[in-house]
Design a protein around this ligand. Structure first.
Ligand code: LLP
Length: 415
């Protein structure tokens, strides 16, 4: 875990003890490392050196304004999927000309907002959407820049809930229909085709599916060009996996090199939309053990973070490493079920973890920078956790713990 490690038996983020953060900001608390975020972005960007490219951070992975702002300062582009994400990117100082807009269900008002600021491209996922976009753009006297998101029908070999590039998935335009839709896009006077897009899934741990998808897209690209369509960019989506435990995903350099080699001498600008690989291992969730409970069968560590804070274990049976913030050498290791206070059996953060625990101990749930806070909820009327960012020996609060007032604001009872 870059930027998270032990110093004198206390777990630190950069040079700040997590113990100190828990005392100062309370728990549960998301902790991000600025150095880890910057390093991850720069690794992608550097791998493309010498080639026209744009790294478009997939905002859904973590839409914290502070994180978006850090990436914007580094020159990042953004992949958004809603009007809300658009607002966030603008508020964080993102450049509209570096925004691509994905998603199967864009609404007319979201299209209007994006057209008004002249985003780089709409990744259109159906013919019906193309028609609506054409109409909305027409009403605004604009020409919408468009890529068709094509579904290359490639098996990403990942969890079925996060696999998107198979023909049975709801995403993208079927590969066989893409050419004819590109051809008929000429009949729409307020859209202009500028690119070609795909995204095959998330948490991919092998290169082969990326290459297969890329080859298919290049075949299509070449055919479209023969037909006289001018394609300026090729968006290859996100999906590069990270290491949660024993996975061995390709390194960023290997992944980018493979894409570069595949695209070869073609002049198109390459876009990618990484989310998890940029932020996943740059964040942890800090939680405190409330109670230990030993039943005949199991040892439970009931902590103050829950499935509402981190949904991935409950939703995908995802594995996240759980580390003690302060290492003890006095033995007493037991196999624990690390669970939250929410009233669901699915509310767990980790099963069968060997830990030496006492009431009040702090734990760090690792690799939660992506799809952690951004998928959190208020289930059980639990306020959302605080978020902090470590920068060297400094800690900055980047989101206050939600208050009960905020949580209930907007609700009304009948007269
Ligand atoms: N581009 C598009 C069009 C996407 O749908 C996604 C993710 C990405 C880029 C970024 O993919 P990444 O590089 O992060 O793999 N909640 C799930 C992951 C859902 C991914 C959805 N789409 C999880 O916690 O594993």
């Amino acid at each position: 875990f870059p930027s998270f490690g032990y110093q004198n038996s206390g777990l630190c983020s950069e040079s700040v003890q997590l113990d100190f953060i828990a005392r100062k900001f309370g728990t549960p608390c998301y902790v991000y490392s600025r150095a880890a975020l910057v390093a991850a972005y720069q690794e992608f960007d550097a791998a493309f050196a010498g080639r026209d490219h744009l790294v478009c951070y997939a905002v859904k992975a973590n839409s914290s304004l502070a994180i978006l702002n850090l990436f914007a300062r580094l020159g990042s582009g953004f992949d958004i999927v809603s009007g809300g994400e658009l607002r966030r990117v603008l508020k964080a100082g993102g450049d509209p000309q570096k925004i691509v807009f994905s998603g199967v269900g864009k609404q007319p008002d979201e299209m209007r907002a994006a057209l008004a600021i002249d985003i780089l491209c709409f990744n259109v996922e159906s013919e019906a959407e193309l028609q609506v976009l054409n109409q909305v753009a027409g009403e605004m006297n604009k020409i919408a820049p468009v890529s068709l998101r094509v579904n290359p029908d490639v098996d990403a070999k990942t969890h079925p809930y996060i696999s998107t590039g198979l023909k049975e998935n709801k995403f993208g335009i079927p590969f066989d229909e893409a050419e004819s839709l590109y051809a008929s896009s000429r009949d729409f006077s307020n859209v202009r085709v500028t690119g070609l897009d795909c995204h095959i899934g998330s948490q991919l741990t092998e290169l082969a599916p990326f290459i297969e998808a890329c080859r298919k897209m290049l075949g299509l690209l070449d055919r479209l060009q023969t037909q006289g369509l001018q394609i300026d960019h090729l968006d290859l989506g996100g999906g590069l996996g990270i290491r949660y435990s024993a996975e061995n995903p390709p390194l960023v350099g290997q992944y980018v090199d493979a894409l570069r080699a595949c695209v070869g001498q073609r002049k198109q600008r390459i876009l990618i939309e990484p989310g998890r690989a940029l932020v996943g291992n740059a964040g942890i969730l800090l939680t405190r053990v409330e109670y230990l409970k030993h039943t005949g069968d199991k040892n439970f560590a009931i902590v103050d973070a829950a499935m509402n804070d981190l949904m991935r274990p409950a939703l995908y049976d995802a594995y996240h490493e759980i580390l003690p913030v302060n290492v003890k050498n006095d033995g007493g290791i037991k196999t624990y079920q690390v669970v939250g206070p929410v009233c669901e059996t699915g509310d767990f953060l980790g099963h069968d973890r060997d830990l030496a625990l006492s009431q009040g101990d702090l734990l760090a749930i690792m690799s939660v920078g992506a799809y952690g806070m951004s998928m959190s909820s208020n289930y059980n009327t639990r306020p959302r956790a605080a978020e902090v960012m470590v920068d060297g020996d400094q800690v900055h609060l980047i989101r206050e713990r939600e208050s009960m007032e905020q949580l209930m604001a907007g609700e009304k009872i009948l007269p």
